[in-house]
Design a protein around this ligand. Structure first.
Ligand SMILES: [Zn+2]
Ligand SMILES: [Zn+2]
Length: 123
């Protein structure tokens, strides 16, 4: 955790906000849920990242509009840790994808007609 955010993350205001938001989402990852996958959310993520300028602005730090329940994996993706992955399209060509949604759906063994993913193959 970054130092400037330490007191915010330990504040009662944030803990209360986080818990009520998490409850409102049934404690599920919203990104996975959009794919029809039920994954417990481990993190309440700020869509607009908290920084030293907005840390005292409750419309950023405590607004439900800016929150998202996510699992660990989706959280890493939300912070731009996108890994390029290769999929094989219908014609047998290798295509690189960055879309976490495709990856997530396939990881969970979702749709039969989705592309096959090779998670350990990097560009
Ligand atoms: Zn997720
Ligand atoms: Zn986050």
């Amino acid at each position: 955790m970054k130092d400037f955010a330490r007191s915010f993350y330990s504040s009662k205001a944030w803990k209360d906000c986080r818990e009520s938001y998490r409850k409102s989402r049934q404690g599920l990852c919203e990104v996975c849920l959009a794919q029809g996958i039920l994954t417990p959310a481990e993190i309440v993520h700020h869509k607009i990242e908290i920084n030293p300028v907005n840390i005292n602005d409750p419309s950023v730090t405590l607004s439900w509009e800016n929150l998202q329940c996510v699992c660990r994996e989706c959280h890493a993706k939300a912070h731009g840790a996108t890994e390029r992955r290769w999929v094989i399209d219908e014609e047998g060509h290798a295509v690189s994808v960055e879309s976490p949604t495709v990856w997530i759906r396939n990881r969970a063994g979702g749709t039969e007609d989705g592309p096959r993913i090779f998670p350990n193959t990097r560009e």
